[in-house]
Structure formats: structure tokens, C-alpha cells
Design a protein around this ligand. Structure first.
Ligand SMILES: [Zn+2]
Length: 84
């Protein structure tokens, strides 16, 4: 039986395909350097670029007092709170 091909990495929020994340299995991934496995930014390899942008935007608004903690989008709240 042929082994199943690995599926591409998806954004944890919108399930869009993650760019710059190679579609390889465990063995193939092990051959790559850490910097070749995901984008080198916050939430790289977890969230897509547009979701990361929204999370960072909400984080800044929260820190500056423009919005309250209760006004955070529920899906993004966990990621916003993970930032310092
Ligand atoms: Zn996304």
C-alpha cells in the first residue's frame, strides 16, 4: 500500500493554506533547518499572514486602551492574549 501524502499546513483560524511551510512528512521535515520549516515571525507556521495581522492589530488596540478585553474577537482572543 502506498503511504498517504502529507497534507499542507493550514491556518489555525481560517484554515487557509500556509505559505512558506513545506509539505513534507516527519522524515523530510527533519532534514530541514528550523528556519526552512515556517516563516520567522510571531505565529509563523500557525496562523496565516492576514490572521496574524488582525491579531497584532487587536493586540495593539487592546494595549493602547482603544478596546476592552471583552471586545476581543472570541476566535482570536487566545492568540491576542498569548502576546506580551
Ligand atoms: Zn488565517
Amino acid at each position: 500500500m502506498k503511504s498517504k501524502k502529507p497534507s499542507h499546513a493550514k491556518c489555525a483560524l481560517c484554515h487557509a493554506k500556509l505559505n512558506a511551510v513545506p509539505k513534507r512528512g516527519t522524515a523530510g521535515m527533519r532534514k530541514l533547518a528550523k528556519t526552512e520549516k515556517r516563516p520567522e515571525r510571531v505565529f509563523g507556521g500557525v496562523l496565516c499572514g492576514s490572521c496574524t495581522r488582525l491579531v497584532l492589530k487587536e493586540h495593539t488596540r487592546l494595549k493602547s486602551g482603544a478596546i476592552a478585553k471583552e471586545d476581543l474577537d472570541l476566535r482570536r482572543a487566545a492568540y491576542v492574549n498569548a502576546l506580551k
